[in-house]
Design a protein around this ligand. Structure first.
Ligand SMILES: Nc1nc2c(c(=O)[nH]1)N[C@H]1C(S)=C(S)[C@@H](COP(=O)(O)OP(=O)(O)OC[C@H]3O[C@@H](n4cnc5c(=O)[nH]c(N)nc54)[C@H](O)[C@@H]3O)O[C@H]1N2
Ligand SMILES: Nc1nc2c(c(=O)[nH]1)N[C@H]1C(S)=C(S)[C@@H](COP(=O)(O)OP(=O)(O)OC[C@H]3O[C@@H](n4cnc5c(=O)[nH]c(N)nc54)[C@H](O)[C@@H]3O)O[C@H]1N2
Ligand code: SF4
Ligand SMILES: [Mo]
Length: 679
């Protein structure tokens, strides 16, 4: 007799463009295999390296299985096992006391997209925080600047369907590195290339994607708006742009002309480091090889003037008229292709008054005693800010505060969990039900529960039901909804894109395409903004700004521009403890151009300290062809637990020009050789 194997449809919950369908094989109540689902038209039967190693993550020694109460000093990671009853009783009492003494705004949520499921990211949690009147969180850390710029230009965050990529004549990967961050786009790009398309990569780094596709334009970090405006100006001046398209579908051409007037090709050459003749060739090629798809990633907007960069690039997709072609235009996000019923899920009607909003990028400031009322309780789930938030010294100083109640709902004993007063165990995706959308493709998927959670781990929804009960709201109706009820509420809409996508239909077919034809053209055939596609610059006081900082410190030391983009084998800090994925880079590493190494008299493998006014961190130095002189690369992010810190010591809480986005890649640092003290 062979053993019974079941197959269950799952969805990769990690923060990744691809939102893959997965096939889980279950035997004796355990997941024994996870592979890419063949039924999913973009996953096509393969998962990435990270998820191919998922069994290691499911039963990892760092996994939290029971409620834990802190016994050592904050941050020491010393805990003892507790029970849900004890934890909820004590946390409930503390929160009540805080509300009485300081008001509910002294309670701060902190979450992002550890699990991107609709229920896990924003459902029962929002209801809970609305009902108690906690501070609200502006969840800007990833795409704040781009989202705001896209809404300004296009009125929604929607772009062409990635399924159309093979039909393109030219694709520009602009601040986007799909070989690392959007693996299932690679076969589509390869098909386009096989059919004769040209792929260009505009990135300060010669990334894996630039290596794969050739056409690399090494741009100075933070200077994309200058390049895009120079191209736009060139088109307008030489009447190369699609005037009929702009006339019919655009608006603000006059304001655009005025804004780009100073941005001659020669001036852009100075700022971007891209030579004038290359800019001119680029301007010619982009217009003469339709259909054109500009695929921006989020790298381009993690800068001081990040929103203006996205605006200036968006303008090129309008001026070129590329939306005329099915699949052409600008693809940054398809997040608004899913008009689910968020009101029912998150219940803004429960909100009493209008509590303050805290930008998550300024967690450090929020946790300082300067904020009024002070944050007295921090409830973290779906995120690991001790590793991923900027200005880490400020964040860690806040987390060390003895008077701060810190509650962390987590799957792993992360850097943040180590600072908690209470760590509560979180379930992983095979152990829960959730509904998944994507910010890249247009499939909606149901993740089925495949196995029971180990120990006493619970879903995010259940965690917030328990917190609600602990604070005396257990009898209220919003707490009663089961996960199935929440999925049904999410799908309760008459929007034609979601017609007939129901709880029942998803049981039979867990991956369904929303009802927009892949060849329908955004803004021409659907989602047409009444005021046209805006060429007009963002509503900021000043003219369009482009980044360029000093190259030396006051005492004459060389300043490097430090970029910390996504790493192929982890997702931010997630997977950072799965050792088999870290073999290519076992220690925190920084990559430098060999000319800079020579100039600073540094050798391959040296230990270096990077520092600026915010903090410092140590890395092993490697030379790399990926970086240009003056630029440093260190992938985001390693766990702090060995050294206590990581690259976010060097990033700042400053916000982007518009949309309150991050400035992670706008970091300037000095480098020195570092000698470990002899013990
Ligand atoms: N393997 C893996 N996949 C991931 C993630 C991960 O950590 N690992 N993270 C996920 C998340 S949270 C996100 S938001 C996405 C992000 O994925 P992407 O959208 O690809 O964004 P980033 O990795 O931030 O940066 C992409 C590229 O932008 C470049 N860049 C930096 N500054 C500039 C600039 O000023 N101009 C230009 N033109 N380019 C610049 C970087 O060098 C980098 O190569 O990926 C998701 N997928
Ligand atoms: N220097 C630098 N810093 C960056 C970036 C960068 O490019 N450079 N990128 C930024 C970007 S784009 C992003 S999106 C952020 C991401 O920052 P975070 O949101 O902190 O993302 P992760 O590091 O992936 O941590 C997610 C955590 O959620 C946990 N988790 C997963 N599923 C669940 C669940 O169902 N329930 C609960 N309670 N927990 C769960 C995981 O175990 C993991 O510890 O980082 C930002 N930080
Ligand atoms: S991390 Fe991304 S590529 Fe890997 S399985 Fe998940 S969704 Fe797919
Ligand atoms: Mo992100």
């Amino acid at each position: 007799m062979g053993c019974e194997h079941d197959s269950v449809y799952g969805v990769c919950p990690h923060d990744c463009y691809d939102t893959c369908g997965l096939e889980l094989t279950i035997a004796a109540g355990r997941v024994v295999r996870i592979q890419g689902e063949r039924k999913h038209p973009l996953t096509k039967g393969f998962a990435c390296l990270k998820v191919n190693r998922y069994l290691e993550r499911l039963s990892h020694p760092d996994r939290i299985l029971y409620p834990m109460r802190r016994v050592g000093p904050k941050g020491s990671g010393r805990f003892i096992r507790s029970s849900w009853d004890e934890a909820m009783a004590e946390i409930g009492l503390r929160l009540d006391k805080i509300v009485q003494e300081f008001g509910a705004e002294a309670i701060m949520p902190y979450s992002f997209a550890g699990n991107m499921g609709v229920l896990s990211t924003a459902s029962m949690d929002r209801r809970f925080f609305h009902r108690i009147g906690a501070s609200r969180l502006a969840r800007t850390i990833c795409s704040g600047a781009a989202d705001a710029a896209l809404l300004w230009v296009y009125g929604s965050r929607i772009g062409p369907d990635p399924l159309m990529i093979p039909n393109m004549g030219q694709i520009v990967l602009w601040g986007s590195n799909p070989v690392a961050t959007n693996l299932h786009q690679v076969p589509l790009l390869d098909q386009a290339v096989a059919k004769g398309a040209k792929v260009l990569v505009i990135d300060p780094l010669k990334t894996e994607s630039a290596q794969r596709y050739g056409g690399h334009i090494a741009i100075n970090p933070g200077s994309d708006a200058a390049l895009a405006m120079a191209i736009g100006r060139y088109w307008v001046k030489s009447s190369l742009f699609d005037a009929a398209f702009v006339e019919q579908f655009g608006s603000g051409l006059d304001e655009y002309r005025r804004a780009v007037e100073p941005w001659t090709v020669a001036r852009a050459d100075q700022i971007t480091g891209v030579q004038s003749h290359i800019i001119e060739t680029l301007a010619q090629e982009l217009i003469h090889r339709p259909p054109l798809l500009i695929r921006t990633g989020y790298g381009v907007q993690r800068h001081r003037y990040g929103a203006q960069a996205v605006w200036a690039i968006s303008a090129l997709s309008i001026l070129s008229g590329s939306y005329r072609y099915p699949g052409g235009g600008h693809l940054q996000s398809n997040a608004d292709a899913f008009p689910i019923n968020r009101e029912l899920l998150t219940r803004p009607d429960l909100l009493n008054g209008s509590p303050r909003e805290i930008n998550m990028l300024q967690l450090g400031q929020a946790l300082s005693m300067r904020s009024k009322p002070p944050v007295k309780a921090l409830i973290v789930y779906n995120a690991n800010p001790a590793a991923t938030a900027p200005d880490q010294s400020a964040v860690l100083a806040g987390l060390l505060r003895e008077d701060l109640l810190c509650v962390v709902h987590e799957q792993m004993m992360t850097d943040t969990a180590r600072y908690a007063d209470w760590v509560l165990p979180a379930a992983m995706f095979p152990e829960i039900v959730d509904l998944h959308l994507s910010y890249w493709h247009r499939y909606i998927q149901l993740n089925a529960k495949a196995v029971e959670a180990p120990g006493e781990a619970v879903s995010n929804t259940e965690f917030f039901r328990r917190l609600a009960k602990a604070m005396g709201f257990g009898q209220e109706t919003w707490v009663q909804d089961s996960d199935e009820a929440l999925v049904r509420q999410a799908l309760q809409t008459s929007h034609p894109w979601l017609q007939n996508i129901t709880w029942e239909s998803l049981q039979d077919n867990p991956v369904q395409k929303i009802h927009i034809s892949p060849s329908a053209r955004p803004f021409l055939d659907f989602n047409i903004p009444p005021r046209g596609l805006r060429l007009k610059p963002l509503p900021l006081e000043d003219s369009v700004k482009v980044g360029r900082g000093p190259v030396k410190t006051q005492d004459g030391q060389k300043l490097f521009w430090l970029i910390s983009p996504s790493r192929k084998n982890t997702i931010k800090s997630s997977f950072g403890n799965v050792n088999s994925l870290l073999t290519s880079e076992t220690e925190p590493t920084v990559y430098m151009h060999r000319d800079d190494m020579k100039q600073l008299d540094l050798q391959e493998g040296d230990e270096v300290r990077l520092f600026n006014t915010l903090g410092s961190a140590c890395f092993v130095l490697r030379s790399s062809e990926k970086v240009s002189p003056g630029v440093l690369l260190s992938y985001a992010v390693t766990w702090n637990r060995d050294q206590g810190v990581n690259v976010n010591q060097l990033t700042s809480q400053d916000l982007s020009d518009y949309g309150g986005g991050s400035t992670f890649y706008d970091s300037r640092v000095t480098v020195e050789a570092y000698k470990r003290e002899e013990v």
